[in-house]
Design a protein around this ligand. Structure first.
Ligand code: PEP
Ligand code: MN
Length: 337
């Protein structure tokens, strides 16, 4: 059961609900969001559901939820969530194209790429300062210097940006700079990191672990939500299967499955799933067609020189043509792009 408090509920009203739950032997998990406090009640369902929660002062509604993940479930919230990324809405029919280099390599590279994706119509800039690399000898990112270039690009082009955080010790730093913080596939089940991200104010994009089921992925989102950060975007980025022709198998069905099970926006990363330039546009079009709320796309001016993931980066012209395709598709689908 989830007990949703009214927007201006007092701490005494919240406490009264929590005390009542404890009296009947249930656990109370409080999530204090920006808009409202919600209380997850865990315990004997029969006992909890018998009580007239909605008669208590300050309670807006009580919702029975059968899923293990509660706050992020569609049972808890019927309407689609819209996540505000530095003024750009993502979700509920607002399709957001996020594009830029996989990694920030230099100031000049970032500014030039930001200019071209901005011109083509991307609304959120991507670019990482911290890179999770398979080999410890590969380029690991520019760190704080990279975040400063991203900030400069935001000021110049008026685009919010998304960047990855790898380490709970860097959450504060990335949160100070970025408009949207990404959890990569390798960290989806890093619960310490998820909890930290639940306790800071910036929205979070949670990529699906490459071996994670949809349920595991939604439970990971629950970790963030439960701590009080309700601004979460899910990102399908492909899973590991027996098929070697793509870097990962884009589980396009998972977009529809998550949208059925959860109110959170879901976007697709066609670059890290396909792993090859020629697959990015078709997979991005498929993402919009299946009902995703956005795409995350690698763009590089000279992919043959890229320090990370050159094979899957679109050239600026290719990205611009993809934007034209997406605009036509958006019109046919009644989606806002
Ligand atoms: C990325 O988007 O740059 C990235 C590292 O993706 P993933 O975590 O999906 O591999
Ligand atoms: Mn990459």
């Amino acid at each position: 059961m989830i007990i949703v408090m009214v927007a201006n509920a007092s701490s005494e009203q919240v406490k009264a609900v929590v005390d009542r739950l404890r009296e009947i032997g249930a656990e109370a998990h409080i999530s204090e969001g920006r808009l409202r406090t919600v209380i997850g009640a865990i315990g004997d369902r029969g006992v909890i559901q018998q009580l007239p929660w909605e008669a208590m002062e300050g309670v807006a509604r009580a919702v029975p939820v059968l899923k293990e993940f509660k706050f992020v479930s569609r049972e808890f919230q019927v309407d689609d969530s819209v996540v505000d990324v530095g003024g750009t809405p993502v979700g509920a029919g607002n399709f957001a194209v996020m594009a830029g280099p996989c990694a920030v390599e230099s100031r000049e590279q970032l500014m030039a790429t930001a200019e071209s994706v901005h011109k083509a119509g991307a609304v959120i800039l991507r670019g990482d300062a911290f890179k999770p690399r398979t080999s410890p000898y590969s380029f690991q990112g520019l760190g704080e210097e990279g975040l400063q270039y991203l900030q400069e690009a935001r000021e110049t082009f008026g685009m919010p940006f998304i960047a990855e955080v790898l380490d709970p010790r860097d959450v504060e730093l990335v949160s100070e700079h970025a408009d949207l913080i990404r959890v990569g596939t390798r960290n989806m089940a890093n619960f310490t990191l998820l909890r930290e991200l639940g306790r800071q104010p910036k929205p979070v994009m949670l990529k699906r672990g490459f071996t994670a089921t949809v349920d595991e992925w939604l439970n990971a989102a629950e970790y963030i939500y439960k701590e009080g950060n309700h601004e979460i975007i899910m990102c399908e980025r492909g899973i590991r299967t027996f098929e070697p022709s793509t870097r990962n198998t884009l589980d396009i069905s998972a977009v529809a499955v998550v949208k059925e099970l959860s109110h959170l926006p879901v976007i697709v990363d066609p670059s890290h799933s396909g792993g090859h330039r020629y697959l990015v546009a078709p997979l991005a079009r498929a993402a919009m067609a299946v009902g995703a709320d956005g795409v995350l796309i690698d763009v590089h001016r000279a992919p043959e020189t890229a320090k990370v993931d050159g094979n899957q980066a679109l050239l600026p012209d290719e990205f611009s043509r993809l934007m034209d395709d997406l605009r036509r598709l958006a019109q046919a689908m009644g989606v806002t792009l």
